[in-house]
Design a protein around this ligand. Structure first.
Ligand code: HSE
Length: 400
C-alpha cells in the first residue's frame, strides 16, 4: 500500500480525495499499487465530512510518518506550501502540486531537492488545470525543438472576454456578473491583470528552454482596458480578443509576453471560448499541435494532480527526468519583438497617424474615430510613435 497525504482540503484538495476514491480501481491498476489517503492537512475541521477522521492540523505528523510516500500540495500560495514541500522532498517523499505560484517561483530548486533525495516534484496541474501539457512537454515532445508556445492559460479571463464578445458588454459589467456566479474571484486581480497566466507561461517557457524563465521578467498586461468598442473592431477585422501567454524562440533570443491580442479567425485558438484553456505548441519536426480542455475547476485539476500521484507511485525511489535548470534565462527585451498593432485614433489625429505609421488596413465603424492596423513593427518603434499621438484611444497587439 502507498500512503498519500493531501495538504489543503479546499476545492482542489477535496477533489484529489474524491478522484482517488471514485477511480480507485483504475488508479491502483495503473499505479501497480494500492493508493490510500492517510492524512488530510488543514487548519479547519470538517465535521460530517466522510473523511473527517483523516484530517490533521500538524504537518509533522505527516512528515514523520515513514509510510507516507506521496504528498499532494493543494494549498496554493508560497508559504507555508514552500516550506512543507521542501521538507517533504528532503525526507524522500514525492510532492504533486497544482500550485503554479510556487512552481513558477521555486520550481528548479524543488526539482533539485527531489533529485537529491530520489523522489519527485511533479506539477501537471499547475498549468492548464486538467489539460495534459507538462507531461507531454516532458515525455512526448522530447524529439522536438519547441519553437513557440501560445496559450489561453486563464479560464476566468477567457470567460469574461467570450461574454464581452457575445453580448457586446463592457469589462466591468461582465466581471461583476462572473463574480456573482462564482466564476471570478472576489479579488480578481491575479486573473484579470494577467499575473496567473504569467506564472503559467513562465513554467512552460522554462520547460521549453530547460532554463529558469523568471515570471518577473515577463512583460504582462491584463484585460481591464478592453472595451465593448474594441470587440466591434475585432469582429470587423475577423478576429477575436484573447488573453495570450506567448513564448518564442527567435533567431535573436527568447521572447515571452502576456497580453490581450486580436487573433484571426483561422487560428485554432480563436475557437477556444468560455472557461476553456488551450495551449498551441509549435515544434520544428511536428509542426503545430494544440492541447485543449478545462483549465480550472475541482475535478479536472484534481485529475491532473492524481495523474502525478500515479506517476510517483510508479517511480518510487527513482526521479523522473525533468530538465529545468536553475540557470536563469535572459529574455529578449519585449520592446525588440515585432508584431502588427491595431490602434484606435480620434478623428483629429488621423492625419498625424498616417504620417507616423505604415498602415495596412483602416476601419471606420465608430463616429469620431478611426481604427488602424499597422504593418509589422517593433514594440519600441510603436511606443515611440504612439507617444507622438495623444489622439490615440487604445492599442491592441495582433496575432495572425
Ligand atoms: N484562476 C485560474 C483561472 C484558476 O481562472 O484559470 C486555474 O489556474
Amino acid at each position: 500500500m502507498v500512503q498519500v497525504a493531501v495538504l489543503g482540503y479546499g476545492t482542489v484538495g477535496s477533489g484529489v480525495v474524491e478522484v482517488i476514491e471514485k477511480n480507485k480501481e483504475k488508479i491502483n491498476l495503473r499505479s501497480e499499487a494500492e493508493l490510500n489517503v492517510k492524512y488530510i492537512l488543514d487548519l479547519r475541521d470538517f465535521p460530517g465530512d466522510p473523511y473527517e477522521d483523516k484530517v490533521v492540523h500538524d504537518i509533522n505528523l505527516i512528515l514523520e510518518d515513514e509510510e507516507v510516500k506521496i504528498v499532494c500540495e493543494t494549498m496554493g500560495g508560497i508559504e507555508p506550501a514552500f516550506t512543507f514541500s521542501k521538507r517533504a522532498l528532503e525526507l524522500g517523499k514525492s510532492v504533486c502540486t497544482s500550485n503554479k505560484e510556487l512552481v513558477a517561483a521555486h520550481g528548479p530548486e524543488l526539482l533539485e531537492i527531489a533529485k537529491a533525495n530520489k523522489c519527485n516534484y511533479l506539477f501537471e496541474a499547475s498549468v492548464g488545470g486538467g489539460i495534459p501539457i507538462i507531461r507531454p512537454m516532458n515525455y512526448s515532445l522530447t524529439a522536438e525543438k519547441i519553437e513557440s508556445i501560445t496559450g489561453i492559460l486563464n479560464g476566468t479571463t477567457n470567460y469574461i472576454l467570450t461574454k464581452m464578445e457575445r453580448e457586446g458588454a463592457d469589462f466591468s459589467e461582465v466581471l461583476k456578473e462572473a463574480q456573482e456566479k462564482g466564476y471570478a474571484e472576489r479579488n480578481p486581480e491575479a486573473d484579470v491583470e494577467g499575473h496567473d497566466a504569467c506564472r503559467k507561461i513562465a513554467i512552460l517557457s522554462s520547460l521549453m528552454t530547460g532554463k529558469y524563465v523568471k515570471y518577473q521578467d515577463i512583460y504582462t498586461e491584463g484585460i481591464t482596458k478592453i472595451s465593448a468598442e474594441d470587440f466591434r473592431y475585432a469582429k470587423e477585422l475577423q478576429t477575436s480578443i484573447k488573453l495570450l501567454g506567448m513564448s518564442k524562440d527567435t533567431k535573436d533570443g527568447y521572447e515571452a509576453m502576456v497580453a490581450p491580442f486580436m487573433i484571426s479567425d483561422d487560428h485554432p485558438l480563436h475557437a477556444v471560448n468560455g472557461v476553456f484553456n488551450a495551449i498551441f505548441v509549435h515544434g520544428n519536426m511536428l509542426g503545430d499541435s494544440m492541447f485543449y480542455g478545462r483549465g480550472a475547476g475541482k475535478l479536472p485539476t484534481a485529475s491532473a494532480v492524481v495523474s502525478d500521484v500515479v506517476d510517483c507511485a510508479r517511480h518510487l525511489g527513482k526521479t523522473i527526468i525533468c530538465i529545468w535548470d536553475k540557470e536563469e534565462l535572459s529574455l529578449k527585451d519585449y520592446r525588440d519583438s515585432s508584431k502588427e498593432f491595431f490602434l484606435r485614433v480620434k478623428k483629429e489625429g488621423w492625419e498625424k497617424a498616417k504620417e507616423l505609421f505604415e498602415i495596412q488596413q483602416v476601419v471606420e465603424i465608430i463616429d469620431g474615430e478611426v481604427g488602424i492596423v499597422t504593418k509589422e513593427m517593433t514594440e519600441r518603434a510603436f511606443e515611440e510613435k504612439a507617444a507622438k499621438l495623444p489622439e490615440m484611444i487604445t492599442r491592441i497587439r495582433m496575432e495572425k
